[in-house]
Design a protein around this ligand. Structure first.
Ligand code: ADP
Length: 473
């Protein structure tokens, strides 16, 4: 049990490690693809920007700058008149909103990029946006801050003596702060006599994840496949291990049961032999006869047990050697049941009901007798009250069906699946109370199959069991 748990634990642990390793690898590949995508499109966009500048001598923001300049000049005048702080804040907000609107609507860069991408057959849809980092109005030499983004303020903090003029923030820091799917195409600083502003032009590829997924699909599929393969292999190995363990347990049980079964007749014979040596017995002829009979009976039983074990080990190597002949099934059944009844000294109340329509079946009667006897003796053996056995026989299609129903202890659902297995003994109930080797039903199944038929069981614990044998005729 402990060993089994350790194996299970180690297996699960290795699978977890494998999955973690695969996830790390996939994430690495994804990140690399993502960076390559960004780099590729940043280069494409910047290339387009250079071309735009060369062909049209503009970066696409000239109209926006002109409008912002006019608005700034006007705003400076208005602000000079304002004394109240809250009105001033409102005014600044209005200016900032206007600048944002103009930058987003009055620019030609997005259109140019779209056309350029189309020309180069890069059919990727993108969204563009402008992020203003800072906007200041300039009234002669006086600067009136209107807006400064937190990012921008933080970035500038260490540069206390910086006059602002001409100093460009390191772009990489801005890029890092952006969302992963966004690509910074252009960072711009514009200024004239009335304003100064810093803004970033950013594009965002909405289908980027899909593109990367397509590129990484092969390695992703390979990873999933390898994980599935390892998990399946582990499950198969573990199942085989458990099956081997179960068989080895069954074998150990069998050896214990067999020793027990063989010891009983042997010790009876030993005791009987010793009894015969007693002077008191030697003179009593009837006692001698009785003891001799006992020895004979026990030897037959011992012989039967040994034969059964030998026969089963022979079946493992060779096929059944049946000597079949056509027999009237009803007659055979009557004979078997009658001799069972007298053999066990009327140990059970037995009823028979047949509707075989006089059919004959190709049977090896010796094996078939063993089959029915095993079912009947189990019905008697596995009973905790006076055994009542109902035997029913009829024909279905081209088969004869024989049902043996008892009022015994019954078999639970799980054991029903295994009772026909070699050496299997149901776990419920006291094993020593009901002696056996776990071979009787295995024998029954083998014989039924050798005749081209089958045997099944249905049972309710505490209520009884029904064994159904089907044989073709
Ligand atoms: P054995 O009787 O030697 O144990 P069998 O192969 O005949 O072996 O039966 C296998 C198991 O099936 C038995 O251990 C018993 O638990 C269960 N079994 C068989 N027949 C019956 C029955 N009629 N009623 C209840 N349990 C049964």
């Amino acid at each position: 049990m402990k060993k089994r748990n350790t194996i299970l634990l180690l297996g699960i642990l290795s699978i977890i490690i494998l999955i973690t390793a695969q996830v790390i690898i996939i994430r690495g590949v994804w990140k690399q693809k993502d960076e390559m995508f960004n780099l590729r499109y940043r280069l494409f966009s910047q290339d387009a920007l250079v071309r735009m500048d060369r062909q049209l001598s503009t970066d696409g923001f000239d109209t926006a700058r002109l409008l912002i300049s006019i608005k700034s000049e006007q705003a400076i005048k208005e602000i000079a008149e304002i004394k109240d702080d809250s009105i001033l804040a409102k005014k600044k907000k209005e200016v900032f909103e206007y600048v944002t609107y103009v930058l987003n609507t009055q620019q030609d860069l997005s259109q140019y990029l779209s056309r350029d991408f189309e020309r180069r057959r890069i059919d990727k849809n993108f969204n563009s946006k402008i992020i203003i980092n800072r906007f200041e109005l300039i009234n002669n030499d006086q600067r009136i801050p209107v807006y400064i983004s937190e990012e921008f303020a933080n970035r500038r903090a260490p540069q206390r003596n910086d006059t602002l003029r001409g100093s460009r923030p390191p772009r990489s820091s801005v890029i890092q702060l952006r969302r992963n799917s966004e690509i910074l195409v252009k960072g711009d600083r514009s200024e004239d006599n009335f304003y100064r502003m810093d803004f970033d032009y950013i594009i965002d590829f909405s289908d980027k994840q899909k593109v990367i997924l397509g590129e990484t699909a092969a390695s992703l599929a390979l990873s999933i496949f390898s994980i599935l393969l390892v998990v399946t292999l582990f499950l198969i190995t573990y199942k085989n291990l458990m099956e081997e363990k179960r068989l080895s347990n069954l074998k150990t049980d069998f050896i214990n049961n067999m020793t027990h079964e063989l010891k009983t007749p042997l010790s009876t014979i030993t005791v009987a032999g010793k009894t015969l040596e007693l002077p008191l017995i030697r003179t009593n002829e009837s006692k001698i006869l009785e003891t001799a009979k006992l020895i004979g009976k026990q030897s037959v039983h011992l012989n039967q047990l040994i034969n059964m074990i030998l026969e089963i080990s022979m079946w493992e190597r060779t096929q059944f050697q049946l000597e079949k002949k056509k027999v009237k099934i009803e007659e055979v059944m009557n004979d078997i049941v009658e001799s069972f009844k007298s053999g066990c000294g009327n140990c059970a109340s037995l009823t028979q009901k047949y509707n075989f329509k006089g059919v004959s079946v190709d049977l090896d009667t010796i094996y078939f007798t063993t089959l029915i006897n095993n079912l009947l003796s189990n019905a008697v053996k596995y009973s905790d009250k006076d055994p009542v056995i109902d035997i029913e026989g009829f024909t279905v299609d081209k088969n004869v069906c024989i049902k043996v129903a008892d009022n015994g202890i019954g078999i639970n659902k799980n054991d029903q699946k295994h009772v026909f297995d070699k050496f299997y003994r149901a776990s419920t109930g006291n094993i020593h109370k009901y002696k056996g080797l776990g071979l009787g039903l295995y024998y029954v199944k083998k014989i039924a199959e050798a005749h081209g038929g089958d045997v099944t069981v249905s049972s309710k614990p505490g209520k009884g069991s029904i064994f159904t044998v089907t044989l073709p005729y």
